[in-house]
Design a binder for this molecule. Structure first.
Ligand code: SF4
Length: 376
């Protein structure tokens, strides 16, 4: 089950926490779309044997494009690739871009899933993050998307924000329920290097959230998801039955994917490639008929093993032991040696042949998974 990821590397303004690849200089958007159409054509031959079950427009901010630009990209994909009739077609949007006209255009282009970057329903937190929308636009975007006929909607929310109380976090969750959103991705704020937030913290202009408050917010989230039957299926992802993201599940299930646009990754037959994250170089190369500059990494058995740990342990179904047993014995011995201690500390359980992180373990997932990695 292959997927296509398209990276649209432009944003209206830079959110203070963001370290994705994007530019706020929109002067090259038209040339970018032309370059992207060329990349779509140049790579089509190599992917002819795949049937694509998912298309995902991410970024950056895909909804910054005009309806015509989005339509031309979609048409190029449908004309040159084998797209399943059962496609899951997702586009990430910012609430302030979602006019009824754009929503209708997205529908006509075959999008059947909208991912709306809400992050918070409180203006003070949206301003602190330098988001380009306010809480009213956030609510209206969800209502308008439903009105335009989108039933498969996912929104992003961030917890662990400085100055976010548990009550405010619970209020965010209750609005999700009130608006009947069927899928939710929730991320704990990470203060990434070279972001405005990191700078504010270094300058003592902002204090990161206390760990115990972030942990309480995570517990609230899990409790809320159980009460409302929006089931957790991965550490950061929650869905009503039948609304789980196929595109993300492909990544976790080691399926091939084609990434197009600056910084996008592709994965095919144990090889991962990444387009250079540079808009102008990307445009120049493609408009002169050359593929964009890429880095290529052939994944070793060890890389594949570590990747399996990383992706499967983040899911609620966990990591199946039989899958582990297909790897060298020394790798399995490494996991077997560390498991009893994590298990004794209540961080991992072994259920029906699967290793599964407990709630406490989910909160320490980076530490646990990296400890289990094989390093030599
Ligand atoms: S809109 Fe998204 S990609 Fe753009 S700066 Fe904000 S978080 Fe980053």
């Amino acid at each position: 089950m292959a997927g296509i990821y398209i990276h649209i590397p432009y944003c209206k303004q830079a959110c203070h926490y963001c370290n994705f690849h994007f530019s706020t200089d929109k002067g090259s958007i038209n040339e970018f779309v032309e370059a992207l159409l060329t990349e779509i054509s140049l790579k089509a031959g190599a992917w002819q044997d795949e049937v694509f079950e998912t298309i995902y427009f991410g970024g950056g901010t895909p909804s910054i494009l005009s309806g015509n630009q989005i339509r031309s990209i979609i048409q190029a994909l449908y004309n040159q690739y084998n797209i399943s009739s059962n496609i899951e077609q997702t586009v990430e949007c910012n609430p302030d871009d979602l006019s009824i006209a754009l929503l209708k255009e997205l529908k006509l282009c075959g999008f059947n899933r909208l991912s709306i970057g809400i992050q918070s329903f409180f203006d003070k937190h949206l301003q602190m993050m330098n988001r380009s929308h306010n809480q009213l636009q956030a609510r209206n975007a969800i209502a308008d998307a439903s009105y335009a006929g989108f039933s498969n909607i996912t929104i992003d929310l961030i917890y662990g924000l400085p100055d976010l109380s548990v009550d405010e976090w619970n209020k965010n969750l209750s609005i999700v329920q009130e608006l009947q959103v069927p899928h939710l991705s929730c991320y704990s704020l990470t203060i990434e290097e070279r972001t405005a937030l990191a700078h504010f913290v270094k300058q003592n202009k902002m204090k990161p959230a206390e760990d115990d408050l972030t942990i309480k917010q995570y517990h609230s989230l899990l409790q809320w998801s159980k009460q409302n039957r929006i089931n957790q299926y991965e550490i950061s992802n929650f869905a009503k039955a039948g609304f789980e993201s196929k595109h993300n599940s492909n990544y976790w299930n080691n399926q091939p994917y084609l990434g197009l646009g600056p910084s996008a990754h592709s994965y095919f037959q144990n090889t991962r490639t990444q387009n250079k994250p540079h808009n102008i170089q990307y445009i120049r190369r493609l408009l002169s008929g050359q593929l964009p500059e890429m880095t290529t990494e052939l994944l070793s058995v060890k890389d594949t093993f570590n990747e399996l740990l990383l992706t499967r342990l983040r899911t609620v179904n966990g990591l199946n032991r039989n899958q582990l047993l297909t790897f060298p014995k020394s790798y399995v011995d490494h996991v077997d040696a560390l498991f009893p201690d994590f298990n004794k500390r209540g961080l991992i359980e072994y259920n029906q042949s699967n290793y599964v992180l407990t709630t406490e373990g989910q909160m320490l997932s980076d530490y646990i998974i990296s400890s289990l990695f094989v390093t030599d």
